[in-house]
Design a protein around this ligand. Structure first.
Ligand SMILES: Cc1ncc(C[n+]2csc(CCOP(=O)(O)OP(=O)(O)O)c2C)c(N)n1
Ligand SMILES: [Mg+2]
Length: 607
């Protein structure tokens, strides 16, 4: 056997450099790195040796570097991914939240934190957590519940088995998620005679699992028998690359389609069968169709509570659920007729059997919804503070087919889901974890994945304050996108939720939080200090002008606008189950609890 003598870290980097996609690209585009004693000598030396073929990028925070990597993978529809390496202890644990983001959203992410010495000779090393009762526990064990594959590289030979296993998970459509290879510091630097064959380039093909014949027959029978079917399109449609198939299927059979947060932009917003966003932040058109449906066809959806109105939405007493999902975990949910299959394959197979069967038109609903959303997005006619919807309107009027609007937490996800008109592929929402602080780094990751896209990051003052430092990284790397910060002086959406559940305004808006000095944050000065172009605008007309001026810029453009924390789009939506206190001294809470108990009666628990 021909061998080559390398350190374990060098072998890992060499192997990563030759793991390819079907399109001839590397599956791992490159690696985000913040070094410390846990990875600088071993992994750092190996990455330096490969820097011209396997890029290393330096960010400012491990969590947000991972956010950029996650957004990249989402924008690449899970066909490619990025890696993140950290030191031990705090550097590693900074990635745990991001691992949760990737886990909840089923997105690939390769996490390579340094770990303590396998030989334990210098124990306890700087930043080592000492478990008094278990010598095998390290800080990296925190990754176990938020990764789909976890391994500890405590011998140089381990990478021969660990790396292929990790890639199997990241490229598996059903198991896809983050993986963690905790790399012991001493082992990174140890030499081993690796078989040369290990470094033969390999192409990772993403499987398209076919449906079981009996499951498919049951699904087709259910659809043929349905009077009012509706398709709930989730992120699985996009990851399957089934957008065109869905459009053709809906048109051929005249079946209405509604979109989840992850599924939004799987179908062009003006496709005749797109009834709009579904659920808590849904449209009247979509939710009406869902309420009446006797067959709810989930296509690549997890049926998250925002989609189902906490299971209060699908009200037809005869309704059944058919769940088409590449992951059996999802296709079996909620007593559904289960069809475990890739979305594209399923649509083609079902379409062949349905032949020319068509369902009747459902007139009127979409036009009403288009008029309602146009009204809330229209420029203001008074001098009052603009609303977030009017800000969205300005972004919409300056958008093109190249625009990708993105967000993760706060007011924006709900409003964008409700009222943003997204062409196919024009919407990127992290709403599995809805992690504040995903936005800026995520915008950078999307732009790296889609360099010709016009990426617009929309976020509130709260999310900006939580994590913004990758703005400086984006400036340094020349990755340009536009950031619109809506400054409503606090956590506006949670303030509304607090009031909606009978609570007093407390600890959400800055002025209603404990303070000795009123908070004044100069967002433009802050963003400019990191090298971005930053402007403050006061009117929607100024905002439109700034958005237009930002097009084609070579560095990030940050536009700040003060908005009213209170208004939201009232029409549409459904109930969302948030536990309201059963006893309280506040009359408002008691009233909210009474309403809550009424609403619970609508909740349809597992059949
Ligand atoms: C990391 C994290 N912490 C807390 C939350 C809960 N949360 C959701 S939205 C929100 C407030 C967001 O405020 P801001 O970004 O200013 O948006 P606004 O609603 O004011 O427009 C909070 C605290 C979260 N989603 N993520
Ligand atoms: Mg805010």
């Amino acid at each position: 056997m021909k061998t080559i003598r390398l350190t374990a870290a060098q072998a890992m980097v060499r192997w990563l450099s030759v793991q390819m996609t079907e399109d001839g690209a590397r599956f791992i585009e490159g690696i985000w790195a913040i070094f410390g004693h846990g990875n600088v000598a071993g992994i750092g030396e190996a990455l330096h040796g490969a820097k011209d073929t396997f890029p290393t990028w330096r960010g400012h925070n491990e969590q947000t570097m991972a956010h950029a990597a996650i957004a990249f993978a989402k924008a690449k529809k899970r066909r490619r991914a990025m890696a993140v390496t950290t030191s031990i202890g705090p550097g590693a644990l900074n990635v745990v939240t991001a691992a949760g983001v990737a886990f909840a959203n089923r997105l690939p992410l390769l996490i390579i934190p340094g770990d303590v010495f396998a030989n334990r000779a210098p124990d306890p090393v700087l930043q080592q957590l000492e478990d008094f009762n278990d010598g095998t526990v390290t800080a990296n064990d925190c990754f176990r519940p938020v990764t789909r594959y976890f391994d500890r590289i405590s011998r140089p030979e381990h990478i021969l088995t660990a790396l292929p296993r990790a890639f199997r998970v990241m490229t598996d459509p059903a198991d896809c998620g983050p993986v963690c290879l905790a790399f012991c510091q001493d082992v990174q630097a140890e030499a081993f005679d690796y078989p040369e064959s290990f470094f033969t380039p390999k192409v990772w093909k993403i499987r398209r699992p076919e449906a079981d014949a009996d499951e498919l027959a049951a699904a087709i029978a259910a659809i043929k028998a349905a009077q009012n079917p509706v398709i709930v399109a989730g992120g699985g449609v996009i990851y399957s690359g089934a957008e065109a198939d869905l459009a053709a299927f809906a048109s051929a059979h005249n079946i209405p389609v509604v979109e989840t947060q992850a599924g939004k932009s799987s179908l062009d917003f003006d496709h005749a069968l797109n009834f709009g966003p579904v659920g808590v932040t849904g449209s009247v058109s979509a939710n009406t169709v869902c309420e009446n449906a006797d067959l709810v066809i989930g296509l690549g959806t997890r049926f998250q509570d925002f989609t189902t109105g906490s299971w209060s939405l699908f009200k037809n007493p005869n309704r059944r659920i058919l769940s088409i999902n590449v992951a059996a975990y999802d296709s079996y949910k909620h007593g559904a007729i289960n069809l475990t299959s890739d979305a594209k394959i399923a649509l083609q197979a079902i379409g062949n059997e349905l032949g020319s069967q068509k369902w009747p038109n459902i007139p009127g609903l979409q036009a009403d919804w288009a008029a309602a959303t146009a009204a809330v997005k229209a420029a203001p006619t008074s001098n009052a503070l603009p609303t977030d919807m009017q800000v969205i309107g300005a972004v919409q009027r300056t958008a093109s087919k190249a625009t990708v609007v993105m967000s993760a937490a706060g007011t924006m996800p709900g409003e964008l889901h409700k009222i943003w008109d997204a062409p196919t592929g024009g919407y990127h929402m992290e709403y599995g974890f809805s992690c504040m602080g995903y936005e800026i780094a995520g915008a950078m990751g999307i732009k790296m994945a889609r360099p010709t896209a016009d990426v617009i990051c929309m976020l509130g003052d709260g999310s900006y304050m939580m994590a913004n430092s990758e703005l400086a990284t984006a400036v340094m790397m020349g990755v340009a996108f536009t950031v619109v910060i809506t400054d409503n002086r606090g956590y506006g959406c949670i303030n509304r939720l607090q009031k909606g559940t009978g609570g007093a305004g407390f600890n959400n808006l800055l002025d209603e939080s404990y303070h000795v000095n009123p908070s004044h944050i100069d967002f433009t000065a802050h963003a400019a200090s990191m090298g971005a172009n930053a402007v403050k605008v006061t009117t929607i007309a100024e905002l439109e002008a700034a958005l237009t001026a930002a097009k084609g810029a070579k560095i990030p453009q940050v536009i700040v606008i003060d908005t009213d924390p209170w208004p939201g789009t009232e029409t549409g939506g459904t109930w969302w189950d948030v536990g309201v206190p059963a006893v309280s001294t506040r009359a408002e809470v008691n009233q909210a609890r009474a309403n809550y108990e009424e609403k619970l009666k609508d909740q349809w628990l597992v059949d």
